[in-house]
Ligand binder design. Structure first.
Ligand SMILES: [Zn+2]
Length: 288
């Protein structure tokens, strides 16, 4: 979960360029809804980040289809927009999870329900296919009335600690468990919003798995720090330094920052427990 910058493009120009590239029937339908769509863009910008309750533009079925078609069926300007959105280094890693590569564009407000935002750049979030699939077409939780996911361009990620990871050694294995906690003073709505994002995208499991995978690559460096004289303090220092680097760059709630910070405070792990993260070299088996 992290913030990303908006792409500096004119939404109106994007709309006109894509409409101009469509075949006549769909071009005419898009032009017929142009004023409505642009008015909806304005409402979206005025409402951010609380766009979950926006009223839907009134359009005919064919007009809605034309708007979705503008996104789904590539034209040169749509292809260019997709490329421009995804090629930025700042969004290379999925902002919803902070784990995987951004390869798709998510419609923050789903185009099935809000076809007027199908090609609205501010509604398009570069993300990984895993998060895109998990998010589906959901917007607001019916029970709590809270938006279910963070909008990476508009929601501010709090600096207070709301992600925790517990680490413990059990029978020479490292056990990790991530969870979301409510820091003192955080509003209930903010907490429910963060928790929903975390839970619905399955982040506890994904962080645990990717954390263990990531740690494997750190084994040689921790082993060196421990050295011949079994210096647990040096391992703790090394982990704490790495945690600090991640905190500086990605914020205190970044999943790897949390992991390194927690491990630096885990005496068993620092005092040789890190041997459990050693990955045996994989040797490709020769064909029969
Ligand atoms: Zn993701």
């Amino acid at each position: 979960m992290r913030s990303i910058p908006l792409l500096a493009v004119e939404a109106e120009t994007i709309f006109d360029d894509i409409a101009a590239a469509k075949q006549k029937r769909r071009r005419v339908r898009m032009k017929a809804v142009r004023a409505k769509v642009l008015a909806s863009y304005q409402s979206y910008e005025d409402a951010t980040p609380e766009v979950g309750g926006l009223s839907k533009a009134v359009m005919t079925t064919l007009q809605k289809d034309a708007m979705r078609h503008a996104f789904n069926v590539e034209t040169k300007p749509m292809e260019a927009l997709r490329g421009d959105m995804l090629k930025r280094v700042a969004v290379a890693r999925c902002p919803f999870c902070g784990i995987s590569e951004s390869t798709t564009l998510d419609h923050y407000l789903p185009k099935e329900q809000y076809p007027e935002f199908a090609i609205f750049p501010k509604n398009l979030v570069p993300c990984c296919s895993h998060c895109n699939t998990k998010k589906r077409d959901r917007i607001v939780d019916a029970g709590t009335d809270v938006r279910m996911f963070l909008h990476p361009c508009y929601d501010i990620i709090p600096d207070e600690e709301f992600i925790q990871v517990r680490t413990r050694m059990a029978e020479n294995a490292l056990i990790l468990s991530y969870r979301v906690v409510r820091p003192e003073g955080m509003q209930q709505q903010t907490f429910l919003h963060l928790r929903s994002h975390f839970t619905e995208l399955g982040l506890a499991d994904r962080y645990r798995l990717m954390g263990l995978d990531h740690l494997g690559s750190q084994y040689p460096s921790l082993r060196r720090a421990y050295g011949k004289d079994a210096d647990a303090d040096r391992v703790a220092e090394k982990l704490s330094e790495l945690a600090g680097d991640f905190e500086d760059v990605a914020g205190p709630n970044y999943w790897l920052a949390k992991l390194y910070r927690a491990l630096s405070e885990n005496e068993d792990f620092c005092d040789g427990g890190f041997e459990s993260i050693k990955v045996e070299k994989v040797v490709a088996s020769s064909p029969p």
